[in-house]
Design a protein around this ligand. Structure first.
Ligand code: PRP
Ligand code: ADE
Length: 177
């Protein structure tokens, strides 16, 4: 990935100190999403390795992973799987608890969203501690998904999330750190 793209993405992201609680530097991608060129280039870069290949599903993590993942699924002509906070999905689900940089939560997906052997790309805007993505990987693996990679625009490397996913055998792709 060329350094001008990295620069474009870095400049498009807004940083908010002490949000949602003191000590957290919140990396706000709404400014990137509102920047047509930065948004398009980020999505293009994320789908690049899979162009022309077969991806069955992009799985996006609520909420920001839905926006990026939806755009990726369109470009890849794949389906889209929603991995949601608990209590939002109407049909039979699989659920898992996970911890965050600033709290705990549970996520779930529909049991029938993945056919065993499906080639899946997991996506979210950012990986911090990796607790969210690790839980999503475990749900997908439980359902028999073949996870091609887990993709994020932003990595917060000091928090160790990438290593957590790699320990589960998942290929991790991030655009900026
Ligand atoms: C953010 C972000 C990731 C997660 C990363 O979501 O979009 O999903 O935190 O943190 P982790 O690597 O430490 O688990 P958040 O939980 O704030 O939810 P939201 O997207 O619904 O606002
Ligand atoms: N999710 C977890 N940590 C975050 C951060 N620092 N900025 C934005 N989203 C996050």
């Amino acid at each position: 990935m060329d350094s001008t793209l990295k620069q474009t993405l870095v400049e498009a992201i807004r940083s908010i100190p002490d949000y949602p609680k003191p000590g957290v530097m919140f990396r706000d991608i709404t400014t990137l999403l509102g920047n047509a060129r930065a948004f398009r280039r980020a999505v293009d870069e994320l789908v690049h390795p899979y162009a022309g290949g077969k991806v069955d599903q992009v799985a996006g993590i609520e909420a920001r992973g839905f926006i990026i993942g939806g755009a990726m699924a369109h470009q890849l002509s794949s389906g889209f799987v929603t991995i949601r906070k608990k209590g939002k999905l109407p049909h039979d689900t699989v659920r898992i608890a996970y911890s965050l940089e600033y709290g705990v939560d549970e996520m779930e997906m529909h049991r029938d969203a993945i056919v065993p052997g499906d080639k899946v790309i997991l996506v979210d805007d950012l990986i911090a501690t990796g607790g969210t993505a690790e839980a999503a990987v475990k749900l997908l693996q439980q359902m028999g998904a073949d996870i091609l990679s887990a993709c994020f625009i932003i990595d917060l490397p000091d928090l160790g999330g990438r290593r957590k996913l790699e320990a589960l055998g998942v290929n991790v792709r991030t655009l900026i750190a």
